[in-house]
Design a protein around this ligand. Structure first.
Ligand SMILES: Cc1cc2nc3c(=O)[nH]c(=O)nc-3n(C[C@H](O)[C@H](O)[C@H](O)COP(=O)(O)O)c2cc1C
Length: 414
């Protein structure tokens, strides 16, 4: 029976272990986690979500404080259109995070950055341009375009000196999304270096509606591979979402996938950014404690633990500090939901908002426990300790389990 290590992902002359750890915002897929994947010969992702606040936490900058100081006057105003990002600070936070990560890189693998189009930051084009260009300037090995169709994203960097040398991939959940991307970018004469096909069992936001359960990764992956074959396009296809064991992964590689993208298994790694107590919540979760809901103001369904503190939370919108989801006109669905509840309950100090959440604040504070469908199997990947808690794993252990295991077995830690 084949195992993942029997395969290699090829980018030109470079050969990699065909395991890619997916981007997990906000700093859940840390530099430390991505660097482990690279050291072990695979690909890791850092995330470009909310980098000004990530930089404050990691590199002692004061970007959030400075933004809040500038816009404090607007906190009680429901119109957030004036709350803009300082592009210099966005660039500086990206430069810091990417360059410090790349300086620490060891081994033969690669570190990519996950870049979500839905982080529109009250100036979609301008902020995305800065984020993409600065990541390239700071030496990132590759960019994975995520959470959006990215029809105009490549054009924003086509004149960058690294446009053809850095790896660039796109995440899609259907052939149609891939067709649109390829058609729209045909004139740039630059195909993506890889396509991640993300199915409905993934963590984070889903590229499906609430009918996600009607789709399956295997079928969509085959459709994408078939489409590329008919178009005579030789682009590596990388399925993602619910690939839980090395054997699951080997099955996709045997089917013709170039690599797999995985994430959920690594949410319980020491190197992962989730706080230790939250990792225990992931371990403990049972299948009926995981749901796909519509509380994300982005409009995409999102999978998370039902016990996430973000659900039902009625905090004041944090746009003056954060504001990453504000659209081109300064709107966010949470602001509307919050204002509606405030108007309905004028005398209440603490209100509850059920239909949307302040995603920036809650992702920043690890209070939105987004996770993959198979999170309920994480308890089977480790040992229970004497105090009743579950043993956190090393990223190396999980990576090697994917790389070497057979027969759907999962090796427990020593
Ligand atoms: C906690 C968590 C956060 C995630 N955040 C993001 C994200 O910020 N951007 C993104 O493109 N995908 C995100 N994802 C999706 C993963 O990158 C990956 O494609 C997917 O979860 C793989 O499926 P698996 O978790 O079943 O292995 C996230 C997944 C998890 C588990």
């Amino acid at each position: 029976m084949k195992r993942v290590d029997d395969f290699r992902l090829r980018f030109g002359k470079q050969e990699l272990v065909p395991i890619m750890i997916g981007g997990m915002g906000v700093d859940i897929s840390t530099a430390e986690l991505a660097l482990e994947a690279a050291r072990l010969g695979g690909i890791g992702h850092i995330s470009d979500a909310m980098l000004p606040t990530v930089a404050d936490r990691r590199y002692d900058t004061d970007f959030v404080k400075e933004k809040l100081k500038q816009y404090k006057y607007n906190i009680d105003n429901s119109d957030k259109s004036a709350v803009k990002f300082d592009l210099g600070q966005v660039a500086e936070s990206t430069r810091l995070h990417v360059s410090k990560t790349m300086e620490a890189k060891r081994g033969s693998g690669m570190v990519f950055i996950n870049c979500m189009e839905k982080l529109t930051m009250n100036a979609p084009r301008e902020t995305l341009t800065v984020r993409l260009r600065e990541a390239l300037n700071a030496g990132i090995d590759g960019i994975t375009l995520a959470a959006g169709l990215h029809l105009g994203s490549l054009a924003l960097i086509e004149d960058h000196p690294r446009f053809r040398d850095a790896k660039i991939g796109i995440i899609v959940s259907s052939v149609r999304a891939l067709q649109l991307f390829l058609r729209k970018n045909a004139k740039l004469n630059r195909l993506p270096d890889y396509v991640v096909v993300e199915g409905p069992l993934a963590g984070g936001h889903l590229g499906f509606g609430m009918d996600w359960a009607q789709y399956d990764l295997r079928t969509i992956t085959l459709e994408v591979m078939e489409y590329l074959r008919t178009e005579k396009l030789d682009i590596p296809v990388i399925p993602a979402g619910g690939i839980f064991t090395g054997s699951d992964a080997a099955g996709y590689l045997d089917m013709g996938a170039a690599a797999v993208q995985v994430a959920t298994r690594f949410t319980v790694a020491q190197e992962c950014g989730l706080p230790k107590d939250v990792q225990q919540e992931y371990f403990k979760a049972s299948e009926d404690e995981i749901e796909v809901n519509t509380i994300s103001p982005t409009g995409y369904p999102m999978r998370m633990l039902k016990s996430s503190p973000a659900i039902g939370s009625g905090i004041r919108p944090g746009c003056e500090s954060y504001g990453y989801i504000l659209d081109a006109n300064g709107n966010c669905a949470y602001i509307d939901a919050y204002n509606r509840e405030v108007a309905l309950h004028p005398d209440e100090k603490k209100i509850s908002v059920m239909d949307k959440t302040c995603l920036c604040t809650h992702m920043r504070n690890f209070k939105c426990w987004t996770c993959g469908h198979y999170t309920y199997r994480l308890k089977d990947t480790t040992r229970k300790l004497a105090d009743g808690s579950y043993q956190v794993l090393t990223a190396e252990h999980i990576f090697h389990d994917y790389q070497y295991s057979t027969d759907n077995k999962i090796v427990l830690p020593a």
